[in-house]
Design a protein around this ligand. Structure first.
Ligand SMILES: *Cc1c(COP(=O)(O)O)cnc(C)c1O
Length: 416
């Protein structure tokens, strides 16, 4: 593909998915961002990508290891390797995107950063990146989430960010996103909105993927160096889909590499249309086409197009939509959309902790649970993206473990 003189253009649509379904007031900001993305990220103008790579190395701690999991390998009879994004600064893959976007905002001459957050992981990554790059930062967070996620609220505030509780609606991520969009519409001149996954209007899905692509670049190189070839299968958990697209992006063209996006099956795949509740977050497996947060994609909605309340034991997967490119790759048959339920994820959480000495995020536990649950032969060489570490989930893991009779949980009676 010749790209020497011709400027590379950003992808606005992925098949029928994606696009820019935003109010007129936001179009100037979207156009300006598209221009900046093409110049700085795609064309490396002013050495932007060089500075990004240097900072994600020195501040973020890249490259992260690709580690052979000896005990899991023995259990599954394949060579199971873990891409250790849990070792990235902040404890999850999220910093790749947050740092990339805050740096881009700086190159664009913006003076202020805003972001939304659900459980607080993206807000925390954004607050860290903003502190590192000396940018004022405000995070919108639903009131209910503020009350449930006190440690993360303090992490953001300690890093100098203001946290704005959102009282409308149910006080969760969905309302926080709407409120951040509203702020952006009136402050576009000075402000950049750091979206937290491969979702939202173009250019966000492609841009966020490109900041996370470093995961795939490293995995590819490390696989060649350590194993002498590319993996047979790559497995990642999918909420919005940013760690998934990050580790898949450089393998999409390699037909020998099977790609598995593992969604949260929650407590059940069935939905309660009457009450507008889906007890899962499996939008790729069970959702239908619609528009959410500026893009056409697969989502959990009722017959009238109302967004359903989703559920997962892991807050980071608890989202009614999914990135448009991932939805497209699933429709094309390139990515396999699979899901595991809450119980299987919790078992996997304990298994990785006990067998490998790595406490995974509950999100990541879904990807690991797939290895246990699937009947498919994944091949000799399997890579799992360990999107984050589980320290943030200890409270939830204790509570959810106590509710269940898991075959491999430690004795919780120590608290009595
Ligand atoms: C936020 C988060 C996710 C889900 O987000 P994606 O955009 O789907 O990657 C997964 N794992 C961890 C550890 C997270 O913090």
């Amino acid at each position: 593909m010749p790209e020497s003189n011709s400027k590379r253009r950003s992808e606005r649509k992925f098949g029928d998915y994606g696009g820019q379904y935003v109010p007129e007031a936001l179009m100037p900001a979207i156009e300006e961002l598209t221009d900046a993305y093409e110049r700085y990220v795609l064309d490396n103008e002013d050495g932007f990508m060089d500075e990004f790579r240097e900072r994600i190395r020195d501040f973020g701690g890249r490259p992260t290891p690709l580690q052979r999991a000896d005990n899991l390998s023995e259990r599954y009879g394949s060579d199971v390797y873990l891409k250790r994004e849990d070792l990235l600064h902040g404890g999850a893959h999220k910093l790749n995107n947050a740092l990339g976007q805050v740096l881009l905002a700086k190159y664009m001459g913006k003076e202020r950063i805003i972001a939304e957050t659900g459980a607080g992981q993206h807000g925390t990554a954004t607050a860290m990146a903003a502190a590192h790059l000396d940018m004022p930062c405000e995070i919108y967070m639903g009131r209910r989430d503020v009350n449930r996620q006190r440690p993360n609220v303090f992490r953001m505030r300690i890093n100098g960010a203001a946290v704005n509780p959102v009282d409308i609606g149910r006080g969760t991520l969905k309302e926080a996103i709407s409120e951040t969009m509203r702020d952006w519409a009136t402050t576009v001149e000075t402000t950049h909105y750091v979206i937290g996954s491969v979702v939202g209007p173009a250019p966000f899905p492609a841009m966020v993927r490109d900041f996370h692509r470093v995961i795939a670049e490293e995995t590819r190189r490390q696989a060649e160096e350590q194993y002498g070839r590319l993996p047979d299968a790559v497995v990642a958990c999918a909420g919005g889909g940013s760690n998934t697209m990050g580790i898949f992006s450089d393998f999409v063209g390699d037909e020998g590499v099977s790609l598995y996006a593992v969604e949260a099956g929650g407590s059940s795949l069935s939905v309660d249309e009457e009450r507008g509740v889906a007890p899962n977050s499996a939008s790729l497996s069970t959702g239908s086409e619609g528009v959410l947060h500026g893009a056409r994609t697969k989502l959990l909605q009722d017959g009238d197009g109302q967004i359903m309340e989703s559920h997962s034991v892991s807050s980071g997967l608890d989202y009614a939509g999914v990135g448009p490119e991932l939805a497209y790759l699933v429709d094309e048959g390139r990515v396999n959309a699979v899901n595991v339920d809450d119980d299987a994820a919790l078992e996997a959480f304990h298994r990785l902790s006990q067998d490998e000495g790595i406490i995974p995020a509950l999100e990541t536990a879904h990807a690991l649970a797939f290895l246990e649950e699937t009947d498919e032969d994944l091949g000799e060489f399997v890579v799992v993206n360990v999107s984050g570490r589980g320290d943030k989930d200890l409270e939830a893991a204790i509570e959810e473990t106590e509710k269940r009779d898991l075959p491999n949980a430690p004795d919780m009676g120590v608290f009595e």
